[in-house]
Design a protein around this ligand. Sequence first.
Ligand code: 5GP
Length: 214
Amino acid sequence: MKMEGRLIIISSPSGGGKGTLIREVRGCLPDLGFSVSHTTRPQRFGEEHGREYYFVPREEFDEMVSGGEFLEYAEVHGNLYGTSLEESRKVAESGKDLIVEIDVQGALQILEKMPDQCVSIFILPPSFEVLEARLTARGTEGQAELRTRLRNAFNEVLQYQRFSYVVVNEDLPTATRQIVSIILAERQCRNRQTEAIQGILNSFGASEHRFIGE
Ligand code: 5GP
């Protein structure tokens, strides 16, 4: 896939607060592209098809997998989730940075496929207790589902080592600022500015004759 912008990968255990964080980050950086994932998970109250996710039956998801339509996909807490190539292409071709909120397995798939185009950020909750309290307060899962997500969190937090950046989501405005700073700093990388730099250097080259003989 041809990409001008970077893929900003955000991962965390369920309840790490990445959904809210990403909303805040997109508020600060409106030029950031966002990819809507496909999932076989049942739609929650208040969610909209095409806004939070494309909610699809398992057969349709499997067909997309067979057709090679995903950049990455994974089974998370018993449901399938995936980033479609079509969704990521829309943004990639516009030259924007694209933010994707995915689980660790999906993040590792993308990092392996296109390491140079990715910026990987892991969101850690400040403690297990805070994670449990957030997930419980959210009230979107039943008891069994809640236990699955908390149990899986033990393995998920250990994966922080595979990411370039770690942000602890204790205070929302602070964590938002930290993620925005990472994205802005990444945009200033020398190798992302070669064209702009060349234009500036050309203007110096074109003016050099004024100093000949001095
Ligand atoms: P939830 O059901 O709470 O919306 O999401 C459960 C988990 O699935 C979260 O960790 C979320 O980041 C992850 N997830 C959401 N979309 C994708 C995706 O497109 N690919 C992968 N691999 N994980 C995803």
